[in-house]
Design a protein around this ligand. Structure first.
Ligand code: SAM
Length: 237
């Protein structure tokens, strides 16, 4: 099977329609990612087929959560995951890709320009700083592989509107981490987190998405400035 075939087979199980332009955009992104990865640390995945399954199809699995949303932010997007695959798939939704490392944002801007995407902006900032001027302005926040859920919730929930949601993409065995973050999530304005496991299409990878609905305002003191990523200031670990 070729990368194109794997991608089409996978996307057909997730999206109502798979356009040739969408597939071309993904393959161009993959080429640019693997090329830049030779000189810059962007991903541990170096095989083209694995880029399709571990990055593109994994991220595409949360497309139903964002497709009808207005404004989505991806916190700690790194090389663009999950936000860029979602932006390629959901052209009517506006995306902000946020990362604290300028080189990664520079790379993403090259990809966005090359693909001609009009619905996505890459911003270099720490989430704590970005929250100062963009509080509660996104209908959805997404994030994958950035921090422990209680720290991550402090970085993301302040940016989400009341009645919006936060989707954290986690490993399937995230139950304890979620349990330990419950108190922090409640303080930050979220409701009870809900873990939904899924198998990535065309693979045997089982992953989890943790869904947190925002039900009230986040107190103004969160996120604390320059919260250390390793610490869990609101309890938990
Ligand atoms: N989400 C991507 C993925 O799944 O491949 C990248 C994960 S990478 C392990 C974590 C990323 O989070 C890094 O690019 C790092 O710069 C970014 N990051 C960590 N703390 C951050 C913060 N406070 N604000 C913005 N970005 C942050």
């Amino acid at each position: 099977m070729t990368e194109r075939e794997l991608l089409i087979k996978g996307l057909e199980q997730i999206c109502p329609k798979v356009y040739p332009q969408t597939v071309d955009n993904f393959l161009k992104f993959s080429d640019m990612l693997l090329e830049k990865n030779k000189v810059m640390n962007l991903t541990a995945v170096t095989e083209p087929m694995k880029v399709i399954s571990r990055h593109f199809l994994d991220c595409a699995m949360i497309m139903p959560d964002v497709i009808s949303e207005e404004k989505v932010i991806d916190i700690g997007t790194g090389a663009g995951f999950p936000g860029l695959p979602l932006a390629i798939l959901c052209s009517d939704t506006q995306f902000v890709l946020l990362d604290a490392l300028r080189k990664r944002i520079d790379f993403l801007n090259e990809v966005i320009a090359q693909l001609g995407l009009k619905n996505v902006t890459a911003i270099h900032a720490r989430a704590e700083e970005f929250a100062e001027k963009n509080r509660q302005s996104f209908s959805v926040a997404v994030s994958r592989a950035v921090a422990d859920l209680s720290v991550l919730s402090e970085l993301t929930l302040p940016l989400v509107k009341v009645n919006g949601k936060f989707i954290a993409m986690k490993a399937q065995d995230c139950k304890d981490e979620v349990e330990q973050a419950k108190r922090a999530i409640e303080i930050l304005g979220g409701d009870k987190p809900c873990i939904k496991k899924y198998t990535v299409v065309e693979s045997d990878m089982v992953r989890a998405k943790v869904e947190i609905h925002k039900i009230k305002d986040t107190p103004a003191k969160y996120p604390r400035r320059f919260a250390k990523i390793s610490a869990s200031p609101l309890g938990g670990k």
